[in-house]
Design a protein around this ligand. Structure first.
Ligand code: PEP
Ligand code: MG
Length: 563
């Protein structure tokens, strides 16, 4: 490990998203090739376009070799993706597009950019799996240009010792194949609790802090201690103390991993823990975790690459793949298409809206196209019948009680249990009336936070607002939970908030009856709930609700729980 500095302790903080403590040297992720290096390189000074093409070929071959080496060290899907990227870097079509651009008098960097742009357009128009390759093309573009201009490759460098990865923000291509034994924590300058970085960190099971302003200014190699529970990133910590904190955190993590359910508070109050899934394979693997079912099946994620609406039969087959692992007495909450805004679906999304997050998305798509909803419900009902799995169905983006009533009627007429998501503040404020017309509610804290705080959940600069610990968001959750308790009907949480072990205690204390989350988060949440009594959960709810801001709310609950 790098020798820790002996400078006095300094710290900065961000939003804590995955708990745990890690210590090590800072490793920076380089995003783009620096414009200065590109400007310095200019047209490369080649005597003719053949020499420039040779330089391109050498750069592309080097990039392809890097991908191939990584592929041989990887397994399964990651290996396949990397092998495909190696092939793409060596692609003859790409080479001939670069050659044409060079012959037309462009400099090498411009020629590569133009050729990649041309392929991006082709791939995007082809749709489906080809469109997904656009990210890989961009990655190849950055790497080839870096090689040409003589910069180290952008992206995540391979650490030679366990390190803390620090970045502006992380893209999926940066994080594929990260090794949690070498990258022991993620810290980003931007990004919120629901950002891609947070999701990846949760999957890897490593501590993560996002929205840590100023973290990129910490020089590479500086020894830091990252606390994913408090959000603090500390420089100049005592190395022995840091080691002890990391060891304690590992011990705790092992204890959490060995938790095997069923979930209950320490005084025996049962809690339902459920999984969020996207398709058959994720439902299957989540089914092996100690969950009582699926609390959110995001059906739209099955159709991101579809140009046309799948038939009822095809939908039924897809849904049956998700329902069947739960035919053993567990249940699945299927959400109808939440197309639009951040999840564009070719056959459903309304084109050309000025403000898609506030536009015709989710349930609203069925207003102008009721057949879309009817056919989906028919597919869900057929899958439920075929598998025998208890199936609940809920609609996203419900704003009014009459929308909830109309939806519930359609669902019940197919013999299924009907509910709606609480993602819009109006639905939370009217939760008691919603519960008069539906069987259950499920709070989508990601969107509820976005709409309560008027802060785009994708806006990395607004991470301090898109935080479910915001007092206004907690109030809306508490109102909804209270309505559920009064009506004697289930009210669950299925947004990212449910995956936060600390917040989970407060949610249960508010009267939330189920928590649905990424499968990976289930054990830490279950173990945390098993350490506290229901009375402590109620005190945690009160403390969080009474706090003036998210940081104070976290600190108050942490104090109460003694963590
Ligand atoms: C939510 O908004 O919290 C939610 C669960 O839905 P999604 O994240 O799919 O919008
Ligand atoms: Mg949502």
């Amino acid at each position: 490990m790098t020798t820790p500095t002996s400078s006095p302790a300094k710290s900065l903080s961000g939003t804590p998203v995955v708990p745990g403590v890690a210590a090590g040297p800072v490793l920076h992720v380089r995003g783009e090739v620096s414009p200065e290096a590109i400007a310095r390189f200019g047209d490369g000074g080649f005597h003719d376009e053949l020499a420039a093409l040779e330089a391109y070929e050498e750069a592309a071959a080097a990039v392809a070799d890097t991908f191939s080496t990584k592929a041989s060290a990887a397994e399964g899907a990651a290996a396949q993706v990397l092998t495909a990227s190696a092939g793409l870097a060596r692609d003859k079509g790409l080479r001939s597009a670069v050659s044409k651009n060079l012959q037309a008098g462009q400099g090498p960097v411009e020629a590569v950019q133009g050729a990649v742009e041309q392929f991006v357009t082709i791939f995007t128009n082809m749709g489906g799996l080809m469109a997904e390759r656009v990210t890989d093309l961009r990655d190849i573009e950055r790497r080839v240009i870096a090689h040409l201009v003589g910069e180290p490759p952008p992206g995540v460098p391979t650490p030679d010792e366990p390190s803390i990865l620090v970045a502006e923000d992380l893209a999926p291509s940066d994080t594929s194949g990260l090794d949690p034994s070498l990258v022991t924590a993620l810290v980003t300058e931007r990004g919120g609790a629901t950002s891609h970085t947070a999701i990846i960190a949760r999957q890897l099971g490593i501590p993560c802090v996002v929205g840590a302003a100023g973290v990129m200014a910490i020089p590479a190699g500086t020894f830091v201690v990252v606390d994913g529970g408090t959000g603090v990133v500390e420089q100049g910590a005592d190395p022995d103390e840091a080691r002890a904190r990391v060891e304690e955190s590992h011990r705790l993590r092992e204890e959490l991993a060995s938790w095997s359910g069923p979930a209950a508070t320490s005084d025996g109050m049962p809690v339902k823990l459920l999984a969020n899934v996207a398709d058959g394979p994720s439902a299957e693997s989540a089914g092996a975790e100690p969950v009582q079912g699926v609390g959110l099946f995001r059906t739209e994620l099955c159709f991101l690459n579809r140009k046309d609406e799948p038939s009822v039969e095809e939908q039924a087959d897809i849904y049956a793949g998700v329902l069947s692992p739960y035919s053993d007495g567990r249940y699945v909450v299927v959400r109808t298409l939440d197309a639009g805004s951040d999840k564009p679906i070719a056959f459903a999304t309304q084109e050309g809206e000025e403000n898609p997050a506030l536009g015709v998305r989710g349930l609203r798509l069925s207003f102008g196209n009721p057949g879309l909803m009817d056919r989906q419900l028919d597919g869900i009902a057929a899958a439920a019948e075929r598998t025998g799995t208890e199936t609940w169905v809920m609609a996203p983006m419900v704003a009014t009680v009459s929308e909830a009533a109309d939806f519930a009627e359609k669902v019940r007429s197919r013999g299924l249990k009907a509910g709606v998501m609480v993602e819009i503040p109006s639905a939370a404020l009217l939760a008691h009336r919603m519960l008069e017309v539906v069987d259950f509610l499920s709070i989508g804290t990601n969107d509820l936070t976005q709409y309560a705080m008027a802060a785009d959940r994708m806006a990395t600069d607004l991470a301090h607002l898109t935080d479910p610990w915001q007092p206004a968001v907690l109030q809306l959750i508490a109102i909804t939970a209270h309505a559920g308790t009064e009506a004697g009907k289930p009210v669950g949480v299925c947004g990212e908030a449910a995956a936060d072990p600390l917040l989970a205690t407060a949610l249960i204390g508010m009267g939330i009856s189920s928590l649905s989350m990424a499968a990976r988060a289930v054990r830490p949440v279950g173990a945390q709930l098993g350490r506290v009594t229901f009375e402590t959960c109620e005190a945690a709810a009160e403390a969080a609700l009474g706090a003036p801001d998210p940081m104070a709310a976290r600190a108050a609950v942490r104090d109460l729980l003694g963590t």
